[in-house]
Design a protein around this ligand. Structure first.
Ligand SMILES: [Fe+2]
Ligand SMILES: [Fe+2]
Length: 271
């Protein structure tokens, strides 16, 4: 259960004059992905089917993720009264489904699954921290600040269980590193691109490259070197690299340059 509810958000402080129109489409897309957490809950409960402790943790986690989707969807509707959350979510579900009914992780092991979960929570913590910093709209700032804190707590939760499984499974550094890299690479796969498409009209046929570019370019433009530095620390901690400031700072600087390059590539494919 999250440490906050929708009633804790100061909805009356909403200021339409401070809404950045470039941020609204990515908030809509994020609301659909977050709200879809019940599918991830079912998938994870399948993977950890004989682990009651993990299954209980997954239930609490999914409840918080769904609340993120509700809060973001409500804000998006205030920013754009035309936004129809229900029909957008239905369109998203029609075009994007997770592998359900499985009893093994698509990552090859339970610890691999938990490394991948740590990558997802690093990504969401980075994303909402960046959004909270980038927006001047007070309600969105508060929502993103609270969600970013939840995402960091989720990272810690999955990291704790990952350590438990690493004691039983032999998953070496390079295997963890490989899972982490492949999960980071999947950021540009269909899920976010299709959510962007489903949440923002979708009259034109789905174009993965174009929608992924539009989402990625808008989302990455909110990021800053300081936020990226913490993300690098989180990734390193999940794969077992002990970071020091003299390592994470230059590593974040390198990622920052790569990010800028990626943004220019995405801008070319975006629409
Ligand atoms: Fe979330
Ligand atoms: Fe999360």
């Amino acid at each position: 259960m999250a440490g906050w509810t929708l009633a804790d958000i100061p909805w009356d402080d909403f200021d339409p004059a401070r809404v950045d129109p470039d941020i609204v489409p990515i908030v809509k897309a994020a609301s659909l992905v977050e709200y879809n957490a019940e599918d991830y809950r079912d998938y994870l409960k399948g993977v950890f089917h004989d682990d009651p402790r993990m299954k209980a943790a997954v239930d609490g986690w999914a409840e918080e993720e769904v609340q993120h989707g509700v809060a973001l969807g409500r804000w998006a509707k205030m920013a754009d009264p035309e936004f129809d959350f229900e029909s957008s979510f239905a369109r998203f579900r029609e075009g994007f489904r997770l592998p359900l009914g499985v009893s093994d992780s698509v990552r090859g092991s339970r610890s691999g699954e938990l490394v991948a979960r740590c990558m997802v929570e690093t990504g969401t913590n980075t994303y909402y921290s960046a959004l909270a910093q980038a927006t001047d709209e007070p309600v969105l700032k508060e929502i993103c600040r609270r969600i970013a804190a939840d995402e960091f707590a989720h990272y810690c939760l999955f990291h704790t269980h990952m350590k438990r499984y690493l004691d039983r499974e032999e998953l070496g550094f390079w295997s963890r590193f490989r899972v982490a890299l492949s999960r980071i690479g999947e950021t540009e796969d269909d899920e976010l691109a299709y959510a962007y498409y489903a949440a923002n009209g979708g009259e034109r046929p789905y174009d993965r490259r174009g929608n992924s570019g539009a989402y990625g370019n808008r989302a990455l433009s909110c990021c800053t070197p300081g936020i990226l530095e913490r993300s690098v620390d989180m990734v390193c901690h999940a794969v077992g690299i002990k970071t020091r400031r003299w390592i994470s700072k230059p590593a974040a600087a390198v990622f920052w340059v790569l990010l800028k390059f990626r943004m220019s590539m995405l801008a070319r494919g975006a629409h």
